[in-house]
Write a protein that binds this ligand. Structure first.
Ligand SMILES: O=C(O)c1cc(=O)[nH]c(=O)n1[C@@H]1O[C@H](COP(=O)(O)O)[C@@H](O)[C@H]1O
Length: 278
């Protein structure tokens, strides 16, 4: 069975280093001339999938915007996931889950067990109950070729107070997360299946991301002020493992499908240039 790391590596080689988020904000639904209801959600998501599902390596639906509409919204999420997979995109579901181990096991089966209606290629996870509490998620991901992206240094300004706090052993909380995930990915080729989330907005951190040997999701580009040119300062020598992620910057080009595709081309060109510049 091919690991998530290997599948991601191949998808990026074929389609380029880009993740696009499906974040149907109420304001975006309005801008697209859609009602703020489940029909609007369904049309928004279907338009994004039809426009870019066959050309972007990773698509990241933000679960919150679907859960907002209850069971019918989650139903739209299920069909969006199915459509994306049929279009050949890897699906990273942004749910930022984290809990005590026994409960994490249930979250893991919800998203990483192929028999689940919400089965995806990878999920985002929060390590603040301890990285070890996510072990059932890592295990199920490994069993089925899935991936997990663990928050390390998030793009929001409030994150640093927790993530850069120094623990009893002198390392920052973020460095502890980085070290534990590096350990899990050790020796994996071409790339480990447990990624980290590191915001594109955070500038130079003093944290060493070189040893992670897994994908580094970089949200915060575009709408939150991060730029492809700024990625080098954040990631340094780890730049080749970066997966840049945009939501509103691309989605704002819709609902015209050609315009959505043009927005993808534009940000992909910028990201390629930023990630390959010596
Ligand atoms: O895990 C994430 O994707 C994430 C982590 C982070 O540190 N910052 C962050 O913005 N995100 C998500 O990335 C998306 C950013 O959306 P835009 O700001 O519209 O590009 C949202 O869905 C956020 O929840």
């Amino acid at each position: 069975m091919e690991t998530f790391g290997a599948r991601l590596h191949r998808a990026v080689a074929e389609r380029g280093p880009l993740c696009v988020g499906i974040d149907p904000h109420p304001g975006l639904l309005a801008d697209w001339g859609l009602p703020d209801d489940v029909e609007g959600l369904e049309r928004f998501s279907r338009t994004v999938v039809e426009a870019i599902g066959d050309r972007v390596a990773v698509v990241k639906p933000q679960s919150a915007f679907f859960e907002r509409f209850g069971a019918r919204g989650v139903g739209v999420l299920e069909s969006t996931i199915r459509q994306l997979r049929n279009a050949g995109a890897l699906v990273l579901l942004d749910v930022k889950r984290g809990d005590i181990g026994s409960t994490v096991r249930a979250y893991a089966s919800a998203y990483l067990d192929p028999s689940s209606p919400l089965y995806v290629d990878a999920v985002t996870a929060s390590p603040y109950l301890g990285v070890g509490s996510l072990a059932p998620m890592f295990e199920l991901a490994a069993a089925h070729g899935g991936g997990v992206f663990v928050l390390a240094l998030t793009s929001n300004p409030e994150g640093a107070a927790v993530q850069r706090a120094v623990a009893a052993d002198g390392r920052t909380v973020a460095q502890t997360v980085i070290d534990e995930i590096s350990q899990l990915n050790r020796g994996a080729e071409p790339l480990g299946s447990i990624g980290l989330v590191v915001g594109a907005t955070i500038g130079e951190t003093g944290h060493d991301l070189d040893a992670v040997n897994g994908p580094l999701l970089a949200p915060g580009l575009g709408a939150q002020g991060g730029t492809p040119a700024g990625l080098r300062a954040v990631f340094g020598a780890a730049l080749p493992s970066v997966l840049p992620s945009y939501s509103r910057e691309v989605l704002g080009a819709g609902p015209d499908q050609e315009a959505l595709r043009a927005a993808v081309e534009r940000v992909l060109t910028d990201c390629r240039a930023a990630l390959t510049t010596a």
